[in-house]
Design a protein around this ligand. Sequence first.
Ligand code: HEM
Length: 228
Amino acid sequence: MNWFTKTFSSTIGRKIVMSVTGLFLCSFLVVHLLGNLTLFRNDGGEAFNLYSHFMASNGVIRAMEIVLVLGFLFHIYDAIVLSRRNKGARPVNYAENHPEQNTTSWASRNMGLLGTVILVFLIVHLWNFFVPARFGSLDPVLIENVEYDNLYTSVVEAFKNPIYVLIYVLGMIALAYHLIHGFQSAFQSLGLTHKKYTPFIQIFGFAFSVLICLGFAIIPLYFFFTQQ
Ligand code: HEM
């Protein structure tokens, strides 16, 4: 095994990969939410359809999509390996176990469960929008005499369905808890801890997680209650 494979398959190497991919996925969430907020413009979906078209046709964005998929895959794979290793390190449970006193929060003890709920959300989500946008045929819409896919209508239609609204809202609650723990944990794994800065990172991570997830969750709720 060469040094590279050795480093990135060690526990600390895997934690570093999880932290870097996790922070990269956070930056994706910011860009994705900013684009999705164009749904609230009162323009019949014009800005949103133009934004989606740009995302689907721009070469740089398409290349970043490959990085994004790799980011998700490495993040999930290393999470599974690390949690197996943790279980293997203590195959027999403590005679007396009070998990609520052992670790800092409910989220930190349930990252696997939260991650699984997010993965289910993501599969439903990609099936809703990404698959029809890239591989299906959406209704066309004319914007300044040019034909674009009408992804805006797909969003409006999807969020008339209360089951989708529920899946999205539950997905965002899970994502918020996952990020609240994951954000500060990433800095810890990267060794970026400091008496002075760590409280700021924790407060920033909390505000970031809540605001991003609220921003996403408002979208299905808004369309459900305004477009029936
Ligand atoms: C209500 C909230 C959301 C809406 C309305 C929404 C909408 C969309 C749409 C329309 C697409 C297809 C874009 C295209 O292919 O042109 C898309 C793609 C995608 N979404 Fe979302 N999204 C939401 C939340 C999220 C969240 C929370 C995540 C991650 C946890 C996420 C991850 C993705 C990914 C990975 C893709 C495929 C990559 C891409 O096209 O950039 N989305 N979303």
